[in-house]
Each structure stands twice: as C-alpha cells, then as structure tokens.
Design a protein around this ligand. Structure first.
Ligand code: DNO
Length: 362
C-alpha cells in the first residue's frame, strides 16, 4: 500500500506541502490542474509547476485526480472526439512527469453531492452530510426556479452563478438513459485505454457518489455488478477503478470487502474512508475509525492486506476538527488521523501475518 495525500495546489489549498510531507508514510500528492476546464488539454508549463513544487517537497506526483471528462463525452455528442483527443494529449504529457494513475469519474453534471457541507456533530466537529429526502423527488427545473425566487435557499453545487449552466445541462440530459451512458463510457474506453497503456498509465474510474441516480440523471458506477460490467467493457489492467469505500459505502447493500477480493488486480487506487448511514438513508461522513461509522474499515484494510495490495491509497474526506478552516472535507487534521489509523491497521495485519508464518514454519 503506497500512501498519498490529495492536494489542491499552491494558492488553492490551505495545506502546504511541508505539512503533507510530515504526515508519516506519505510519499506523494494526488493532484490536478483544477483551473483547467474539463475537456481542455493540460498545458505542460502548468504541469511542470506542480512537478517543481512536489520535487522541492520530496513528494512524487504519480497519481492525478481528476482529469475530468467533458459532458459532451458523457452525452455522446459528435463534439466528443475533439475532447477525447485533448484527453489523449494530456495523458501523454502526464506520462512525461511520471504519472502512473489517472482517477476520473463518469457522473453526469455533478461530482460528489451533499446537502450540507458543515453539519454539526455531537463532539462539535462538522462534516459532510447527505439528507436523502432533500434530494429525492426533486425536479431540478423546479429547484432552479425556487433558488431564483428565494435567494436564501442554497444547496452545495447549486450556487446562483451556476444555475444557467445547470439548466442547460439538465436539458441536454433529458432522455439520456443508463444504457446510453454505458455506450458512451465504452466509446471513451475504446479510445483512451490503448493510449494509456502505451504510456503505462492506469486509468481508474471513481464510483458515483452517492451510488444512485440523482435528479433523474443516470449513474452507473454504483455496485459490484456494475463495476464488473465496467471492467469487462475493456479487459485490460489499464482499465481499472478507484475503489472508494465511502462512496460505495453510502449504500449498505454494497459489499466492499467482496469487491476488493474480486477486483484486486484492477484497483490501482484506493480511497478509504468511513460514513455513517442512518435508517432513513441519510448519511454523514465520520472519522476513519471503524466503530464511528457503518463501513468496516478494519475489514477493508484487511482485505487489501490479504491481497498484498501494492497500489496507491489515500485517506478520503475528513471531518473539520480543532476549528480548522479548510476546503469542505479536505482538512489536514482529520485526514492525517485517518492515515495513522490506516497504517495502524496495516502494520498490525503485517505483523500478525508474519507471526502466523513463523508458527507454520515450526
Ligand atoms: C471527492 C472525491 C471526488 C473524486 C472524483 C474523481 O472528494 O473523491 O471528487 O475526486 O469524483 O473523479
């Protein structure tokens, strides 16, 4: 297991690389050019700037999250070929600085979605929260109208300056089904995976978060069966997944440990975090500790260990603790605590495996 830490870039993150390198066992950053619009080719000068910063801190930059997919690719529009060409050029440039894994997602319109970014918890910390009833049965066009009429109504991702853009996209996705999305992702893989393989970069799709359709938009990377189907669309080690325990764990029906055993060779990147799912389907992000949520983090790390996992791993969202002011979910403190928990589990599993071998040798 190779530990990495997500960093949003100089001037774009409250955390410095000097802080990152002091977290035990962290060897590299998970990065992206967050100011380059989806679909554009990444400029080499900007890539080199990140490389210089990482080099100065003695951290590698082998994992990129994300090179985002232009909506026209997800929609299967004729203009997708231009954006796919740009994607290929970006892959070639990333290979030049030693990138080995590219994380991306295929979620229409929204990336991860929550209804509250600072939900207060019993111990006074705050965390990302999803209130199911707030999202279910919402007609997105009606929501736009309500936000326009009542400026105090807000929802993360629905900021007033994005409303026009969102309305256009919802129009474009009218009638787009899950099967359409499967076809469009296959088209993308057929074009991209050979190029990734040529550059020895493993593509790792991120599951949908939450793992079910929202606002009537289709979502497909949601379950074990669907991940299996996805991996079969293009059967190559270069077509893999980012196994995110928190995203998949929002549906208690997802058996993440079984997925690790089944897909181990196709998981170049693991996101490990916990959530607590409530009976009504709401969920809140918790500390990484197993007992604090409903995802069996100890079992998950055990499953990676059993499979001799050698891929990259990062803690995922943390709570906001000790009054830290940070990007929602991406503070230093709780993620660093998460890392120490993951290492603690990993080292304990390693030691007990060694002891077991010794006993067997006797
Ligand atoms: C949330 C993340 C996601 C992820 C993208 C991958 O914090 O796990 O935003 O980076 O979905 O493309």
């Amino acid at each position: 297991m190779k530990m990495v830490f997500r960093w949003f870039g100089e001037g774009n993150d409250t955390i410095t690389l000097d802080q990152v390198r002091q977290i035990p066992g962290v060897e590299g950053i998970v990065w992206a050019l967050h100011d380059v619009p989806a679909g554009d080719e990444w400029p080499i000068e900007k890539i080199m700037e990140v490389k210089a910063a990482a080099d100065r801190a003695g951290l590698h930059l082998k994992v990129v999250e994300s090179v985002n997919i232009h909506e026209d690719i997800k929609l299967g529009l004729p203009s997708r070929d231009t954006y796919i060409d740009n994607y290929k050029k970006t892959i070639a440039k990333l290979a030049q600085v030693g990138v080995k894994v590219i994380c991306y997602n295929f979620m229409p319109v929204f990336d991860w979605l929550r209804t509250d970014l600072h939900k207060e918890t019993d111990d006074g910390s705050t965390a990302l929260f999803y209130e199911k009833s707030k999202i279910e049965n919402i007609d997105p066009f009606e929501l736009v109208k309500q936000i326009n009429e009542n400026s105090t109504l807000t929802m993360p991702g629905w900021e007033p300056e994005r409303l026009q853009y969102l309305t256009g996209l919802f129009e474009a996705y009218r009638g787009v089904t899950e099967e359409d999305l499967w076809e469009n992702v296959k088209y993308f893989l057929d074009e991209i995976i050979p190029v990734a393989a040529e550059h020895d970069i493993r593509m790792a799709i991120h599951p949908d978060d939450p793992p079910w359709p929202i606002f009537g938009l289709p979502r497909i990377i949601t379950s074990r069966d669907n991940i299996r189907r996805f991996l079969q669309l293009y059967d190559s080690p270069y077509n893999g997944i980012t196994l995110c325990s928190g995203s998949l764990g929002a549906n208690p029906g997802n058996d993440i440990i079984a997925m690790i055993h089944e897909f181990a060779g196709r998981i170049p990147f693991a996101h490990i975090r916990n959530v607590r799912v409530f009976e009504n389907g709401d969920f809140i992000e918790t500390s990484h500790r197993t007992q604090d949520g409903t995802v069996d983090i100890a079992g998950i790390v055990g499953a990676y260990h059993e499979n001799n996992y050698e891929g990259f791993c990062r803690p995922d969202h943390g709570r906001h603790i000790w009054n830290e002011q940070c990007r929602p979910g991406y503070g230093l403190f709780d993620r660093a605590l998460g890392i120490m928990y993951l290492w603690g589990l990993w080292d304990a599993y390693s030691r007990s495996a060694r002891m077991e071998r010794k006993v067997n040798e006797r």
